[in-house]
Design a protein around this ligand. Structure first.
Ligand code: 5AD
Ligand code: SF4
Length: 428
């Protein structure tokens, strides 16, 4: 989401004639795009701003801007404690940046705009993307789900969907710019709704666009995943067999407290449907440990769900209190060392499952999109399977952006090793 927003901001500025520099010392303006989802991300931004402050001390004319969710969330604190930050803009205010920059150059005042909009979806603006494989395309913004741990509904505002026409235009443009994979983005991507077009219809329409090798999306909410969506994924060649299916917690009591709107059984039922309907699917998830009130028994239920589903990969987090959220008010917060211990156990189990899932692929031949040179050796490519696993294999005659059949020969932790089996190029 942040990469997509940064590309959007870059696009807005480039249209006005501004250029990016690789050398921060040469910059006339420095912007930091921020995320407030977890407190860890916030800590990193504070330290980065300290660095920009040091640059400003030697170049006092430089303009420093803080953009995105943290700007929304921490504007008062920034204005009070970090006076060297000149511009503070929330996620619905990026359009104003060129005008603000011009005015700022004139009158040198601090400018703050963190008004959230019910309508802003940045239609008609094209992100400036670096050349590459995957283009992120934002299809909706905001979230109305109000999970009790989550700051997003407060920092990014109400849910709103972009018109299919402008989304398709952006995808076509990205393909024209030689991107071969598109990832549709939204805080709650599958609650997309525009007139009578729902997420499944949109996904299918986009998959028909000529030249699109791979189509992915993130992040869906389990309550909005339905069989129709899974059937469309299974029936389409270029919609990837990969789904992010965020569990968050395994016990109904905690799920209820989190306001996740599904039960453990619903989650398990759909995880099974995903595996049954989409052959070879990769399932990733998000899990939070140590949510207020989580007992060892609740935590065990999370581990049990993991054991049943066997996620291919998981993003795992210790619960952290976020401002404005309901969970901050609960009076049974969990000790940090208990959270850490649960996180360690959970990560160990996930590592076991990742290895298990990856080992099952040994000797199978899978299509891999060649994405970049392997960090380990310039004789090897690194690419992803349809199911979103990284594979390293000898370059042979394959080129970047080819889709080639690769026989998996070994599984080490998160990545796979393979051997090419002849090259085919696959355009729908
Ligand atoms: N504490 C820990 N993890 C969180 N996430 C969101 N809010 C919090 C929080 N307060 C995690 C969720 C979400 C992912 C993007 O970040 O797992 O799916
Ligand atoms: Fe946050 Fe829940 Fe919305 Fe995801 S669905 S962005 S976790 S409120």
């Amino acid at each position: 989401m942040n990469v997509a927003d940064s590309e959007l901001i870059d696009g807005i500025l480039q249209k006005e004639g501004y250029k990016q520099t690789q050398n921060i010392e040469e910059a006339n303006a420095i912007f930091i795009n921020t995320c407030a989802v977890r407190d860890h991300a916030e800590a990193k931004v504070h330290s980065r701003l300290g660095y920009y402050n040091r640059i400003k001390k030697s170049h006092p004319e430089v303009i420093i801007g803080m953009l995105g969710c943290m700007a929304q969330n921490l504007k008062d604190e920034i204005l009070e404690n970090k006076p060297y930050v000149d511009i503070v803009l929330g996620p619905d205010s990026y359009r104003k940046l060129p005008v603000i920059l011009k005015n700022r150059l004139k009158d040198q005042k601090h400018i703050v705009d963190t008004q959230l909009s019910r309508f802003e979806v940045y239609d008609g603006l094209f992100p400036s993307r670096k050349e590459g494989i995957n283009a992120w395309v934002s299809i909706m913004r905001g979230c109305d789900k109000f999970c009790t741990f989550c700051i997003v509904p407060f920092t990014r505002g109400r849910e709103r969907s972009r018109s299919p026409k402008s989304i398709i235009q952006e995808v076509e443009r990205a393909i024209n710019d030689r991107f071969v994979e598109i990832t549709l983005l939204g805080q709650n991507v599958n609650s997309y709704k525009y007139d009578n077009i729902d997420f499944t219809k949109l996904l299918q329409q986009i998959s028909f666009i000529p030249g699109l090798l791979r189509l992915r999306y993130t992040s869906p909410h389990p309550s909005d995943v339905n069989e129709e969506l899974l059937e469309v994924m299974a029936g389409s060649k270029n919609i990837c067999n990969s789904i992010h299916f965020p569990l968050q917690a395994g016990s109904d009591r905690i799920l209820k407290r989190m306001n996740r709107t599904y039960t453990k059984n619903h989650f398990l039922e759909y995880a099974k449907k995903i595996r049954d309907i989409i052959p070879g699917v990769g399932i990733s998830t998000d899990i939070i440990v140590g949510f207020p009130g989580e007992t060892e028994e609740d935590f065990q239920e999370t581990l049990e769900v993991m054991d049943t589903v066997k996620f291919d990969s998981a993003y795992t987090f210790k619960y952290s209190s976020r401002p404005y959220t309901k969970a901050i008010e609960y009076d049974d917060h969990i000790d940090e060392d208990v959270k850490k211990d649960r996180l360690d156990r959970l990560i160990k189990l996930q590592q076991k499952h990742t290895l298990l899932c990856n080992r099952e692929m040994i000797d199978k031949v899978v299509d891999v999109l060649v994405e970049k040179e392997s960090k380990k050796s310039d004789e090897f490519w690194s690419g992803r399977t349809d199911s979103n696993k990284w594979v390293i294999f000898k370059k042979e005659s394959a080129k970047i952006k080819d889709i080639i059949p690769v026989r998996i020969t070994a599984a080490h932790g998160v990545s796979l090793k393979g051997q090419t089996e002849g090259i085919k190029n696959e355009i729908n």
